[in-house]
Each structure stands twice: as C-alpha cells, then as structure tokens.
Ligand binder design. Structure first.
Ligand code: DGL
Length: 268
C-alpha cells in the first residue's frame, strides 16, 4: 500500500461519545494525527439493537464515511459494533480496521480471586464472541456478565455536564455482584467504550479492592503500530466531530468536545 498523505485522518467510530475514551489515549501517542470522530446518534443506543440490524448498519455507514473522509485507518471504538460487525466491515472495506474487544485476556491475567466481571451493553454481553474470549483466555476462571444501558445514558449525560443518577451506577455494580460468586469479583472489564467516562463513579461504587480495566490503551498502541513510519502533519490541527442526524438528540456543545482536540461539529 502507498504511504497515505500526511493529512489523511484516522476515523474513530462509535454510536455516541464513548469512542472519545479511545481517541484520548491515541492522541497521547500520536499528537499530530489528523482525525475525524463519528458518533452515530441516529442509531444510539447500539446495545438495544439486534445483531442483524448492526451487521447491516455499521458496514453501510462506515462505507459512506470512508468515501467522504478518505481515512488512512478506521477504528470501531465501540465494543457492541466490534463484537457484532467487525468481520463484516473488514470484508466490505479496503483499509485497515481496528476493533474494540472486551479486555478479558488482561483481566484473566490480573484476577487473584478467579472471578471477573464484564460490564457491557446488553448486546455485547450476550455475544458468542464473549464466550470465545472467555474460553480462550479465562479458562478455569469465572466470568460474570451484566448489560447496563443506563451507564451509556449516564456517560452521555456526564460529558454534557449533566448529573449522573447514582442509582444507575449502583445498579450496574449490583448486577454483577448479586450473581452467584459475584462477591469475589476483583477485576471488572469495562466492555463498552462509554463506561470509562464513568470510571470514578464506578470505582467508588465497586470499592478499592476491585480493579477496573478497559482496552483503550491497547487499541491506541495497535493504531500507533499499524501507522508506524507513515507521514503526519508537523503540527496538530483541530479534529472534526460528525454526528448522524437524530431528531431527539442534538450534538453536545463544542466546549464538551474541545478537551479531545475537536474544533468543529458536522451533522450528516
Ligand atoms: N459505546 C458502545 C460500546 O462500546 C455502546 C453504546 C451503545 O449502546 O450504543 O459498546
């Protein structure tokens, strides 16, 4: 493959603002990388959709976005879309695609009690992909799962500067802890890119004996590895955030996105 032009962006894709938790560590490694951040607000929440819908929607939308923004690489910064549609996207598009999978492998290496919690969307936690990861990397360990749509809403609210309902946080942790063996959980995988936005709230509810982990740093390293040796602009330019049009969910104020290096918002 020819080297991309220095201004060819990295495209980050999520249903909403969760993918910012992947954009952040990526910018720390590649500070001048141009980027486009896409939130599919017309489709949010993905966690409530079925596999057929997402397997059709995500590749079609990404196809349009790739044509429009000509990225050098696309990141599906969403566990739900990745666990369901990654293979479809790779089959449909001719550019490197980085996915986001639940960090079960590092969790299995970390746990001392042998009981891991996986907190994701309802769609992610029921995927066979999660069974496969558990069988491959957490053999002999107990992997308890819970789907929490409330945390997605809470994370979106927090980023807009709105209050997060403490009951939502408590219910998410209880959803794991109240399962048989749940009191022995010592590592929780945040298997939805929205959830690290609520890291402090979730850590306070889980208590100091529980480690929360997510895959963002690993994804950032993977992006840096795949783009190694490629040309980049000499200085960082502000990124653009693109929202698919939704009647009941306007994009957040630009000030909420500015800390991530975003300088403008487009709606498509
Ligand atoms: N951020 C997405 C994920 O990582 C899901 C949010 C949603 O339900 O749309 O799974």
């Amino acid at each position: 493959m020819n080297a991309p032009a220095p201004d060819a962006p990295i495209l980050f894709f999520d249903s909403g603002l969760g993918g910012l938790t992947v954009l952040g560590p990526t910018r720390a490694l590649l500070p001048t990388a141009p980027f486009v951040y896409v939130a599919d607000y017309a489709g949010l929440p993905y966690g409530k959709k079925n596999n057929e819908e997402l397997a059709a929607r995500v590749p079609a939308l990404l196809g349009r976005l790739v044509e429009r923004y000509q990225p050098r690489l696309a990141v599906i910064a969403c566990n739900t879309a990745s666990t369901i549609a990654l293979a479809h996207v790779r089959a449909a598009l001719d550019l490197p695609i980085v996915g986001t999978v639940p960090a079960i492998k590092p969790a299995a290496e970390l746990t001392k009690s042998g009981v891991i919690g996986v907190l994701g969307t309802e769609a992610t936690v029921r995927q066979p992909y999660v069974d496969d990861l558990s069988a491959r990397f957490a053999d002999g360990k107990t992997v308890l799962r819970h789907g929490s749509p409330g945390l997605v809403t809470g994370a979106e609210a927090k980023l807009r500067g709105e209050a997060v309902d403490p009951d939502v946080i408590a219910r998410a942790i209880a959803g794991l802890r109240d399962q048989p063996g749940g009191d022995r959980i010592d590592v929780i995988v945040l298997a939805c890119t929205h959830f690290p936005l609520l890291q402090d709230e979730l850590q306070a509810a889980a208590g100091p004996g529980v480690k929360l982990i997510d895959g963002a740093a690993g994804i950032a390293r993977r992006i840096a590895h795949l783009t190694e040796g490629q040309p980049w602009p000499a200085a960082a330019a502000p990124g653009v955030a693109v929202f698919t049009r939704s009647d009941d969910r306007p994009p957040p104020p630009l000030a909420a996105l500015a800390p991530y290096g975003i300088g403008s918002i487009e709606t498509i």
